[in-house]
Design a protein around this ligand. Structure first.
Ligand code: HEM
Length: 340
């Protein structure tokens, strides 16, 4: 059974990365990388400068590897961002999503929810280069968190630093992916699931803004286009012109892709503008505008991109701390696809 993934209460209460802006002493701590302030959030061993002594080049290797890969294929920025989310929501941010299945174990990555994850090779490439420089020091979980951060920036999103020092987990089970939200969730279900992981309503909405990058496949939204429910053929929250466009996409089959917004490789607030036009691709996207509990938050990000960027990076740092394994609770894998 999956262990529930929650942010330590101390993190939430201090509002480190949540809705409230943290007090200046904490902000300073996060920016300068001292571990003192992070101790106060219950995450003892993490720090901005964790690899400063033992592998100072790690950050740079990840950045260059991600930049090179995205230059060849800009669509992979979305893949890296999503992979980090799927790692953190299942067993915490411990690189469990990166593990391959074995003869005796079907891993998270083979769950239907993860079959369209992309970008594993970028993590492998960065890991190999880092192992060549400083073997056994930098965890796969940290490499993935850094890669997601660099992908957001590369696509035009906010620049931010993240604490490092996550250890890699040894458990990766297909059944644990039940902890991932489903595309047909409504806002109450999303609020409940993100709430279980320690996120506020605002943080759930801002994290959903990750859908400013990338695509969904027809299989994730075709239920909205025909025989939607007993009274509607098409989802009434969907603009009819946009529904026709999605239906046309789906004539190419279940794997046909629809971009979440008109700028699929740019990190911007176009996703929230699309929701206002009833052009959200998934039920879980459009519900954020349809529901009075979240509509005002959507409107605020649609109107103010800087606010979206600022709150997104705060929520991403918080997400990156979900059930982090520290010290002996984990290992540093030498190959991200296998436990040591
Ligand atoms: C709020 C609940 C969420 C639901 C229900 C959800 C669901 C989905 C689904 C169904 C897809 C398309 C998969 C496919 O059809 O192949 C997708 C794509 C994506 N998701 Fe989410 N997601 C959620 C939140 C998030 C969060 C919090 C992030 C990151 C912080 C994220 C990042 C992405 C990205 C970047 C893509 C595009 C991937 C690509 O183009 O390869 N999602 N999501």
């Amino acid at each position: 059974m999956a262990k529930s993934t929650t942010i330590p209460a101390s993190i939430n209460q201090l509002g480190i990365l949540g809705r409230r802006r943290p007090p200046p002493c904490i902000r300073t701590g996060l920016q300068t990388g001292t571990i003192t302030s992070l101790r106060r959030f219950g995450v003892h061993a993490l720090s901005m400068n964790y690899y400063g002594m033992r592998c100072p080049i790690a950050d740079n290797i990840v950045r260059v590897t991600v930049n090179n890969a995205l230059q060849s294929d800009p669509t992979l920025a979305a893949g890296l961002l999503r992979m980090h989310f799927h790692d953190c929501f299942v067993e915490g941010c411990d690189g469990s999503v990166l593990l391959d299945s074995t003869k005796d174990n079907t891993a998270e990555k083979d769950s239907p929810a993860n079959l369209s994850l992309r970008g594993y090779e970028i993590i492998d490439d960065a890991k190999q280069q880092i192992e060549n420089q400083c073997p056994g020091v930098v965890s796969c979980a940290d490499i993935l968190a850094m890669a997601a951060r660099d992908a957001v920036f590369w696509a035009g999103g906010p620049v931010y630093d993240i604490p490092k020092g996550r250890k890699d987990g040894t458990r990766s089970k297909i059944e644990d992916t039940i902890n991932l939200p489903a595309p047909f969730f409504n806002s109450s279900q999303l609020i409940a699931m993100f709430g279980q992981h320690g996120f506020s309503v605002q943080e759930m909405v801002v994290l959903s803004g990750a859908h400013t990058l990338g695509v969904a496949r027809c299989s994730s939204f075709k239920n909205r286009l025909t025989k939607f429910d007993s009274t509607h053929n098409t989802d009434p929250d969907l603009d009819s012109g946009f529904a026709a466009k999605l239906s046309k996409t789906c004539t190419a089959g279940d794997n046909a892709e629809a971009p979440f917004d008109e700028t699929r490789n740019s990190f911007d607030n176009a996703y929230f503008n699309a929701l206002q036009k009833k052009a959200g691709v998934l039920t879980s996207d459009q519900t954020l505008f349809a529901s009075p509990r979240t509509r005002n938050i959507v409107n605020s990000y649609a109107m103010n991109e800087a606010k979206f960027f600022f709150e997104f990076q705060q929520a991403m740092v918080k997400m990156g701390l979900l059930d982090v394994k520290e010290g002996k609770a984990g290992e540093v894998r030498s190959d991200c696809r296998k436990i040591n």
